[in-house]
Ligand binder design. Structure first.
Ligand code: ZN
Length: 430
């Protein structure tokens, strides 16, 4: 059967040696998935396919695994750094360039096997436009959950995105404006960051009361509230305010070192807040510093970890699988990593019941890989088939991401005291 005939409206069966459904500990040996109109219609053992489907010849992948399409919970479509260097005339072309660059990121993500992505900060609402373009079939790619520009304080982290607020009224207005512009999730910079000069990672940018207004306004509009938070104080205020998602959670204290706060991690876990852990805690890179210590500590305390790599800002789209391997090096079991990258990730970005699980009624976002990723995550590199909403995505050739040298249980210090002192000095002179 040619690809022409396998459009999203025909019924199609995909079979393999096993199905990892995305539900905890559920593996169906010798399983099949029946797909119709872009959705999953039936899942089960190949031997018990209902009679009505028997005439349909299935695409069979012996020695392979079917799993839910992977999910990236923290990307930046509409990337800033580097991408604009080649724009001929920035005043004229920057927005168009931004959109095209986002499409490139999106296609690379799809080529890795990612079928849904949350964009947590995008200038010009580029991610909203790209999300709509995917929905309307203008471009092929993963489903996009867009945040639009990250909301911050005047001069705060990521202020270049153009969403600065300083009062309760500003906050309400900004959330409503994002809603009006088509954002599906609200992203707030609760602390300073690594990539905006004039901010410090440990500085909390909003009071708890201000964060509460963000949360209540976002929830009123049916959206989840995600924060960027490196500093321990900003993490604490975010938890107090009832946010839904924390990006980074690196526990950086005033002296620039990371000191994991076990009691605060317990509170994050009890609150059910999702935390992305698949990008290194610092940027620019610090020697020997890895994802490992923080990710494992959070996992050990029962925090709902998810796979957000800060793609487009810190790790390139094709570095996604590298991030998963780093989580394994950190000591997190493969079964847990696959949950974090599928069903839990979908819940974290507001797609529970839609994507991230292989079950009837869900979107037919599937990945077929040679081997069994529960035995070896490297199996995820050996893709046989990528289906996005039931449609075959033909992957592009993408580079292998080498990353940095892994060093499990790296040093406590993220920034080091000297770097912290330097940032403090820069802040005073600003
Ligand atoms: Zn980010």
């Amino acid at each position: 059967m040619s690809e022409e005939h396998r459009n999203s409206h025909s019924t199609r069966i995909v079979s393999a040696s096993r199905i990892i459904t995305g539900k905890p500990d559920e593996v169906i040996p010798d399983g099949s998935v029946v797909i119709s109109d872009g959705n999953i219609e039936w899942v089960g053992a190949t031997a018990s396919i209902p009679v009505k489907y028997e005439a349909i010849v299935s695409d069979s992948f012996p020695l392979s695994t079917i799993l839910p399409g992977l999910i990236e919970t923290h990307a930046h479509l509409g990337a800033r750094s580097g991408s604009q260097a080649a724009v001929p005339n920035p005043a004229l072309h920057v927005q168009g360039w931004n959109a095209l660059h986002s499409v490139k990121i999106l296609r690379q993500l799809a080529s890795v096997g990612i079928t849904s992505v949350q964009s947590l900060g995008s200038k010009y609402y580029t991610d909203v436009a790209v999300s709509q373009a995917v929905e309307q079939g203008l471009i092929e790619g993963p489903r996009v959950v867009p945040a639009g520009p990250m909301i911050t304080t005047t001069g705060g982290h990521d202020w270049h995105d153009g969403a600065e607020v300083d009062s309760i009224n500003d906050i309400r207005h900004a959330v409503r404006e994002h809603h009006k512009a088509g954002a599906s999730v609200i992203k707030v910079a609760a602390t300073g960051g690594f990539m905006t000069p004039g901010t410090a990672q440990w500085n909390a940018q909003f009071s708890t009361d201000e964060l509460r207004v963000f949360v209540s306004e976002a929830h009123r509009l049916g959206k989840l509230l995600a924060v960027h938070a490196h500093g321990t104080e900003g993490i604490r205020r975010s938890v107090d305010a009832g946010v839904d998602y924390i990006a980074h959670a690196t526990f950086i204290s005033e002296d620039g070192t990371t000191r994991f706060d076990a009691a605060l991690a317990d509170r994050i876990a009890e609150s059910g807040i999702y935390v992305d852990v698949a990008s290194p805690p610092s940027f620019p890179p610090v020697a020997n510093e890895t994802i490992a210590p923080r990710a494992f500590d959070l996992f050990s305390h029962g925090v709902r970890i998810v796979t957000g790599h800060d793609i487009g800002a810190v790790i390139p789209a094709y570095g996604y699988l590298y991030g998963l391997e780093q989580l394994e090096l950190a000591g997190i079991p493969r079964s847990e990593i696959l949950i974090a990258a599928t069903s839990r990730a979908s819940a974290a970005i507001g797609l529970a019941g839609v994507a991230g699980v292989i079950e009837s009624g869900y979107s037919a976002d599937l990945l077929v890989v040679d081997g069994n990723p529960l035995d070896d995550l490297k199996a995820l590199y050996h893709k046989q088939l990528i289906l996005i909403r039931g449609k075959t995505f033909i992957p592009e050739e993408i580079p292998i991401y080498e990353g940095r040298q892994p060093s499990v249980g790296g040093p406590e210090s993220v920034l080091g005291q000297r770097q912290a002192a330097l940032i403090r000095k820069q802040l005073q002179q600003w």
